[in-house]
Design a protein around this ligand. Sequence first.
Ligand code: PXL
Length: 277
Amino acid sequence: MKRVLTIQDISCLGKCSITIALPVISALGSETVILPTALLSTHTMFRNFTVKDLSDQIAPITQHWLSEGVKFDAIYTGYLGTAEQIDQMKELFRTFGSDDTLIFVDPVMADNGKLYPAFDMDYARKNSELCAAADIIVPNITEASFMTGMEYREEKDHDEAYIKEMLGRLSELGARISVLTGVSLEPGKTGVMGFDRETGEYYHFQNDKVNATFHGTGDLFSSTCVGEMMKGKSWQDAMRIACAYTARTIEVTMKDPKKPWYGVNFEETLPELIRYE
Ligand code: PXL
């Protein structure tokens, strides 16, 4: 069985980061090891959330794993708390990474043109360093604009030239595969476009756009990609499945009159995910 290490916060309530990665990657058949970076009462879209930084736990936990000879097939980072934690992640990649370890970085920090409340421009720049150490990165357009210095454009203003230029600039950060999420290549559609620097190949996949945004959908997308790649799917197939699954989950959530405002009903669609091909 493959073993994935995922490093992100625990938001006790809110359906994001580890509370999505753990069930999704496990359901896709990989052992999921967690390294929590912070403990929050809720995700940061709630007001008055509490935070306990767990940076001081990273060294002792990873030292213990080293002494146990633990190895990982993939290391997947999502929402991290501080610039110092990014340095800790770079060190962790050097310690646990090998040619057989997929380093998957989702530089979670912003959406809809704006940084999340906990972050500033220094943190955004620091994320470029994390992306440089990855095999595959999956920023949304906002995150990519902060890391590349390109202007942020809303979906209605996307075109292939803008997306390809952004992918080119992301590739220069250093990862082999760069994937942009929240890309709209035709009106009424949304999806992803990726670029493999080694083969020069582009890949894109588009879904019908549902006019709603939910927190945690980026984490659902990334967790599905990681889980599918661990099943042996190519990055392109993993992107296609993750996109279709995320869109399906939003659609199902929209139909629930009691849906929570803070996250999607992925629990309802998880049984379908394991049958996606
Ligand atoms: O879904 C991304 C995410 C993860 N973790 C925390 C967040 C967010 C988005 O707002 O606040 C704590």
